[in-house]
Ligand binder design. Structure first.
Ligand code: NG1
Ligand code: ZN
Length: 551
């Protein structure tokens, strides 16, 4: 009764805007920030229910990542720090689109009953709130708090302005009974980074400006956090540009990882002074990371090191450590710690990267676009490395493997301290602390890249040359109804509309090393077209002709 009227009253304060349909999509709800109050309020209620259902803290992040500054979005982090379980998405959609407060409350009560969620005074939900730097963030945060308050006994903990991965990390850490503040996050990253740096072989001489790095902060939250983090780091000189300080520029406008990766150009504020240097770019909420180098020939063109190449670098490093760890002459065969390593990509992964990884002997699997799919797949392995080409990814270690690794590390510490296998165990343990176990994290990814480059003694050039990307092109096509396109096989094949796949096949067959697929975006009202071929002209032309079939 009390619960019912409380919800009804607060829901009335956040009326649904006209003419918008909300969908939980690839990464939560996204829309014009001014039209999101009702959605965010309702997501607050949803998060409280999720926390009650699971018995743990959950997260609520207000961000629209790489999208324009006027957009905003909201997504829920589950107790393990990952994305909200997919079986709750239909309910999320229903809640967000309930036409009026009455039907909204009815839905909530009905769902709570169905899911056996008790809405009594005794039960208490905990929700960690975070937001990025968007101007609509502050008022949306209030809407989220109202939604949380709408469920009796719920507590909202405001983490302030944080990166998306920081919030996911905090949720995970809190639920594991560990320290979970921002300074704990910085401490964990900087300490595991130092541990890895200390184990960089001394005999390795590094080529080029290996300790110098210039980072594009996308005028978002990541630049500022990196400025804080870098004060705790040794052995690395980081210059941050586009930090969102007054007057520097607008969030995601001509800057950021999405822009750099899709347009293959340098972000604003990078120029002749940066030619030849190792540069990195974060996206607006710092869960994506790409590297690039401004070419010596023309400062408008870059050598891009995308998520696929970051993944490849990590895979090489992990593989090498496992090799050292299990070197039979030093540990004896019955002492080998077997690890099932899996690499997870999407159809957007450059074909050359997939070839390279397979040639390393790694198991490579494709999932549909969206971290929720990649993460879930990667979690099936002892060590699962996943990356989207756009730079979102991480390395997951299973609890089982980590506890065995810890044991093995301890054994080696007493029997063979300082040996290669011992160091390899320590390195892998440090990586599991450095790299975010909840979600892709540009800051922790950046630190791992830097230490691995130093470990290998690699310059930017060595990394770029790991393999040559096949030329590719991505296009967006505006259509009346994007849901008309339905795909299968990790989005590589169209099943509807009828005949479209045949048309794509026919176009693709015209190009040497041609590959092409289309899929509806889960975050924008468009169809995406991806094409790859032996030359840039060929990739462009394949993408263009397929776009015409989609239209
Ligand atoms: P959509 O709009 O569904 O393609 C985009 C990215 C995803 C993911 C989400 C979440 C591409 C092609 N797609 O999804 O990889 O990052 O945004 O932000 O980059
Ligand atoms: Zn992002």
């Amino acid at each position: 009764e009390e619960q019912c009227s409380l919800l009804l009253d607060s829901a009335s304060l956040f009326p649904l805007p006209h003419g918008v349909t909300f969908s939980y999509g690839t990464a939560g709800f996204r829309a014009d920030g001014l039209k999101l109050s009702s959605t965010v309020f309702r997501a607050g209620v949803l998060a409280a229910l999720r926390s009650l259902k699971t018995g743990y803290a959950v997260g609520l992040m207000i961000t629209a990542s790489h999208n324009p500054i006027t957009d905003n979005g909201i997504k829920i982090a589950d107790p393990d720090g990952g994305m909200m379980a997919q079986d709750w998405e239909p309910f999320a959609d229903a809640l967000a689109n309930a036409p009026d407060p009455q039907s909204f409350v009815k839905l909530v009560l009905h769902f709570a009953k169905e899911e056996n969620i008790s809405l009594s005074r005794e039960s208490s939900a905990v929700i960690l709130l975070g937001r990025d730097t968007r101007p609509t963030g502050e008022s949306l945060l209030e809407a989220a708090k109202q939604g949380i308050k709408g469920i009796i006994g719920s507590v909202a903990l405001d983490m302030g302005i944080v990166t998306t991965p920081q919030l996911h990390w905090m949720v995970r850490s809190k639920n594991m009974g560990m320290k979970a503040s921002e300074s704990d996050y910085f401490l964990q990253l900087s300490e595991s980074f130092r541990c890895l740096m200390d184990m960089v072989p001394k005999e390795i001489t590094v080529k080029g400006n290996v300790t110098q790095l210039v980072v594009d902060g996308a005028n978002g939250v990541g630049g500022d956090k990196l400025e804080q983090l870098k004060t705790l780091l040794m052995g690395l000189q980081i210059q941050v540009k586009n930090t969102s300080k007054q007057g520097e520029g607008i969030l995601n406008e001509g800057v950021g990882a999405d822009y750099v990766q899709k347009e293959k150009v340098a972000p604003r504020c990078f120029g002749p002074n940066d030619i030849g240097l190792r540069c990195a770019s974060l996206d607006g909420d710092a869960d994506r990371l790409v590297y690039f180098r401004i070419s010596k020939i023309s400062s408008s063109s870059i050598d891009l090191v995308d998520g696929d190449k970051i993944l490849s670098l990590f895979a090489l490093f992990i593989k090498a450590q496992l090799h050292f760890l299990n070197k039979s002459e030093s540990v004896g065969l019955n002492n080998v710690l077997p690890a099932r390593v899996g690499v997870v990509q999407t159809a957007y992964a450059n074909g050359a990267s997939t070839d390279y990884l397979k040639q390393l002997g790694l198991e490579v699997v494709l999932t549909p676009t969206g971290v929720k799919y990649l993460h879930k797949k990667a979690a099936e392995y002892d060590i699962g490395i996943y990356f989207e080409a756009n730079g979102h990814g991480t390395i997951l270690f299973s609890e089982y493997f980590l506890s065995n690794l810890q044991k093995k590390g301890n054994d080696l510490a007493s029997s063979n301290a300082g040996s290669e296998p011992h160091k390899a165990a320590l390195r892998l343990l440090a990586v599991s602390k450095l790299i975010n176990q909840a979600v892709g994290d540009a800051l922790s990814g950046l630190l791992l890249v830097e230490v691995v480059l130093q470990y290998m003694g690699w310059s930017m050039q060595n990394w770029i040359e790991l393999y040559d990307d096949l030329p590719s092109r991505q296009l967006k096509v505006k259509v009346a109804d994007r849901t008309a396109v339905i795909t299968t096989n990790a989005e590589t094949k169209v099943v509807q509309p009828f005949g479209l796949q045949e048309a794509i096949d026919a176009e693709t067959a015209k190009y040497h090393r041609g590959r092409c697929f289309v899929r509806p975006s889960g975050t924008e009202d468009i169809i995406r077209v991806y094409a790859e071929a032996f030359s840039q002209e060929a990739a462009d032309s394949l993408a263009r002709s397929v776009s015409q079939h989609v239209d």
